[in-house]
Design a protein around this ligand. Structure first.
Ligand SMILES: [Zn+2]
Length: 395
């Protein structure tokens, strides 16, 4: 934590109080000295990526530096506030699961006992429903055993030292395979933008978002192939990403300087994998990311292309679009979002067998779009939004 914030924290002493927020998420005022981890511990929120992302996204714009909490702000927590109907938790939340209701009861009582929740829900009729998994003593032994057997963590060296450990948060995408291709790479930097005397290369930013997306999808149990790779980069938290020309394909073969050769090779690799994986019975998708500059200088919102005859491509792209629209509406009300879904007769889209979604993240030559790229939190947010869209599309 930044020293300045520590000082501000110690000067300002505010009373802690809970407010009921719109969306009915619990809204809290931090205590002096609070950080995300301290708040999570206070409310028994597990410190997993999913929850951390949720917190950072829902409270976007309220952090100092990386993730410093501001005492003057209020923050939403992944806890939904219900009005207790005075009868039972089950009828209040309209869920008949007795063991689940017991775990909710236990949670509310514990929070009240700890002084975190002001009133007893039976009296003040305010019931907290955590949006995370609670430890339930009533879980059957077989269920617990099954959980133990599932891999809880995998190591993906490609993501780099800091991000290589990937916790499996859920198995929602276990029946899906994704081929993630970042545009360009190797001798071809793609579109180039300029900012603060730095050259921004399309391939580097598309690659970073692609790796973040790949990691997000693995967290949800998907099988992911990253088609263009740079073994030294990993997921990078820097502002200006170092430009290199050393990217290769997933099979180690070099990226040609000839455009048609490049496109052919990409298609060939993905289609070979598609045939190899066909017997798995899993749904297969390819996702290609770009940051072009087709519209010189103009600001563009994230938009999508799909194959001209691909109904599944259109369906998934439409859901990605509406998910992002929704995210913007919540994160930046009034901003608007001009993204589109259209078909396009591109070589990659036309020839790749698995359903292809082609994503343009922004215009690398536009000053405002560049902020979407150089801020690591923005690159992560894009990857999170795309993941959420895919989770919405694939059920
Ligand atoms: Zn491109």
């Amino acid at each position: 934590m930044n020293l300045k914030i520590v000082i501000i924290f110690s000067i300002l002493i505010l009373n802690f109080c809970n407010l009921i927020a719109q969306d009915n998420y619990l809204e809290i005022k931090p205590k002096p000295g609070d950080g995300i981890k301290v708040i999570f511990a206070r409310y028994d929120i597990p410190e997993i990526q999913e929850m951390l992302y949720w917190f950072v996204e829902k409270n976007a714009g309220k952090f100092v530096g990386q993730d410093g909490i501001m005492i003057s702000e209020t923050y939403l927590l992944p806890i939904v506030v219900y009005e207790y109907n005075g009868k039972s938790i089950r009828s209040t939340i309209e869920n008949n699961d007795f063991a689940y209701a017991q775990s909710i009861q236990k949670y509310n009582d514990k929070m009240h006992r700890k002084g975190v929740k002001e009133g007893n829900y039976r009296k003040d009729h305010i019931l907290w429903l955590p949006q995370f998994e609670l430890d339930s003593p009533n879980k059957s032994k077989t269920e617990k055993k099954a959980k133990e057997k599932m891999p809880t963590e995998v190591i993906v060296d490609l993501f780099g030292e800091k991000y290589k450990k990937v916790k499996i948060l859920s198995h929602k995408l276990k029946d899906c395979i994704f081929y993630i291709v970042s545009g360009h790479g190797g001798p071809d930097p793609g579109a180039v933008g300029y900012r603060d005397n730095y050259e921004l290369h399309e391939d580097e930013y598309a690659y970073d978002v692609s790796l973040r997306l790949a990691r997000n999808l693995i967290e949800y149990g998907a099988e992911v192939y990253v088609i263009v790779q740079d073994s030294t980069d990993g997921i990078r938290d820097g502002y200006y990403l170092n430009n290199s020309y050393q990217e290769v394909y997933i099979d180690g073969s070099p990226i040609s300087s000839n455009q048609l050769e490049r496109l052919k090779k990409r298609v060939e690799i993905i289609n070979d994998l598609y045939y190899k994986n066909q017997n798995s019975g899993k749904k297969q998708y390819s996702i290609e990311t770009h940051v072009d500059s087709r519209y010189t200088g103009k600001m563009i919102d994230i938009f999508f292309y799909h194959g001209e005859t691909s109904t599944e491509g259109k369906r998934v792209a439409d859901i990605l679009l509406s998910t992002i629209e929704d995210k913007y509406r919540k994160a930046q009300p009034g901003r608007g979002y001009d993204g589109t879904v259209t078909s396009r007769n591109l070589y990659m889209i036309r020839n790749t067998i698995p359903t292809m979604i082609f994503i343009e993240i922004g215009n690398i030559q536009n000053q405002r779009d560049q902020i979407r790229l150089i801020e690591k939190n923005n690159r992560q947010a894009i990857a999170n939004w795309l993941r959420d869209g895919l989770l919405n599309a694939i059920k």
